[in-house]
Design a protein around this ligand. Sequence first.
Ligand SMILES: [Zn+2]
Length: 269
Amino acid sequence: MPEGDVLRLTAERLDAALRGVPLVRAELRWPSAAGVDLVGASLREGVAYGKHLLLRFDDGRTVHAHQRMEGYWRVHRTGTPAAAGRSAAVRAVLATEQWTCLGWHLGMLDVLRTRDEPRLLGHLGPDVLADDFPDRIDEAAARLTADPRRPLCAALLDQRAVAGLGTIWTAESLFARRLWPWLPAGDLPEDERRALLLTARRLIGRSVLVGRRSGLGAVEPAVHGRHHKPCRRCRTPIALGSTAGPGQRPDGAERAIYWCPVCQAPPAA
Ligand SMILES: [Zn+2]
C-alpha cells in the first residue's frame, strides 16, 4: 500500500499539472461520485493527509481519493493515446487543455465540500509529514498508547494514532531505533515514543526528498523486504513476522513486519 511519502509526491505532481487551469474533462467513475460535474472548475491545491489525497477546487469542492492497496496516478499530455483513459481500471480522469491525470485502481473516490473535510479526516492522527507534526508530537505520542498493550508495530500502523505510515516506514523506524516491534506501546517511555515518531518523520521525509529528485523507490530499505538477507548492521538474517507476533506469518502484504532479531531483540524479562 502506498504510504505518506508516495501520497505526498502524488499530490505534488497532480498539483503541478492541474493547478489554476480550468478542467476541460472530468470523469469520476465511482458510484458515489456519479453525476458530479467538475468541468470548468480549477484546482486550487492538491494535498495529501496521511494516505488520503485531497484535490481542492476553486468552487469549494474537494475530490477525495484513497489508493488502498493498488492505486496510483499517472499524468499524460492531453490528446496523447495514453491520456485517453479508456481502461475500466481508470477510475478518475481530470484533464486541462495541457495535462491529463488518470487515477488507476483507486480504492475510494468521493466529492465533498472542502469545508467538510474535517468530518472525513477528523479521526486521523497527526500527519507524520505535515509541517505542524513536531508541534503535535505530544498528541501523536499519546495516541500511540491509546491501547497500551498493543505492539508498537500495530500502533504505528494505526492511522488514528499517526497518519501516513505503512509497513515500510513502520519497520524502518523501529529498526532505526533498535526497538522490538512487539514491545507493548505503553512500555516505551514517552520521550522514546516522541523520538520514535520523529525518526519516522525523518525517514519518510527523506524518501519524499529523494523521490522529488529521482522518482519513487530510490531509498534502500534497511529491513523492509529483506527477509533472510543479512542485517546491514550485524549481518544476522532479517526475519519476517506480522503485526500479530514475531512468529506469525503476515496474512497479507500490508501487515508484514521485517526486523533484525539481534538489533531489535525483545527486552530481557
Ligand atoms: Zn542487526
